[in-house]
Write a protein that binds this ligand. Sequence first.
Ligand SMILES: Nc1ncnc2c1ncn2[C@@H]1O[C@H](COP(=O)(O)OP(=O)(O)OP(=O)(O)O)[C@@H](O)[C@H]1O
Length: 288
Amino acid sequence: MNPAVCLEQVFVGYGDRPILHDLSFEVATGSFFIVIGPNSSGKTTLAKTLAGIIRPLGGKVEILGRPLASYSRKSLARQVAVVPQYSPIEAPFSVTEVVLMGRSPHLSLAGLETNRDLRIAAEAMEATNVTHLAKRRLNQLSGGELQRVVIARAICQQPQIIILDEPTASLDLAHQVHIMDLMEKLKKERGFTIIMISHDLNLAAMYGDTLLLLHKGRVASQGCPSTVLTYEQLEQIYGCILLVGENPLMHRPQVTLVPGRFIQENLQGVSQIKSRNASPFPQKIENQ
Ligand SMILES: Nc1ncnc2c1ncn2[C@@H]1O[C@H](COP(=O)(O)OP(=O)(O)OP(=O)(O)O)[C@@H](O)[C@H]1O
């Protein structure tokens, strides 16, 4: 089976300023692939490249075994749906109208929605818990509601690949786990490939099959959560002290921030953290 996404020696920039350097990696079809990395490391630039919004300066990008450049805008939209980091809220459309826009790559030239399109939109709204907002205008929604509507539109598009740029950033805890579970379900039941950008290393650890750690526009590490989320690697790249233990619910890493106050007041505590971190993963961290 072709990988969902394949990059070979890809360079991307704005104007002549390169941002992504020599990226080569594959995203397995049907996997949950999560891109992490500090601010400005190039995560959104990568998402825009995969979505066909930015053209690479060099290298090869393939989507489902075909060069990205060979797709028309409409044919790419049948395969790839994008949930951007920021969505315009001034649009005068209702929630239902916005979700139905997800059907546009599938409509005939006449552009008329069928009962099937309406049913798919209703299911997507149900799945993202926005049915009760159906008649509201976008500018009458909270940040979290808007985010769920944009996710509903992506699901309504029925793509092979969904790219989400920090989809949980404005969601409360219940909606975070709901959206992550929904993506996992779409992966398992419909074979979707999920590519997600996230700053939440613990969500990435719990849901990601593969993580890609970007640093200054280059791949710093790639692999399963326990390969990528080591304290040595994370401290070096993020530039702060971290406690990396084991999630008590599952055999995956759990990253805890260490407040500056703790470091200042308790230098011995820092060396304790270091010795705990240095233990081979996975090892249970005992409460004090
Ligand atoms: N349209 C643009 N024109 C010029 N430079 C840009 C543009 N968009 C982003 N950049 C620059 O590209 C670099 C990478 O930005 P990008 O948004 O891809 O990073 P990111 O990893 O998604 O960051 P964050 O975690 O802060 O959202 C940054 O230095 C940013 O200033």
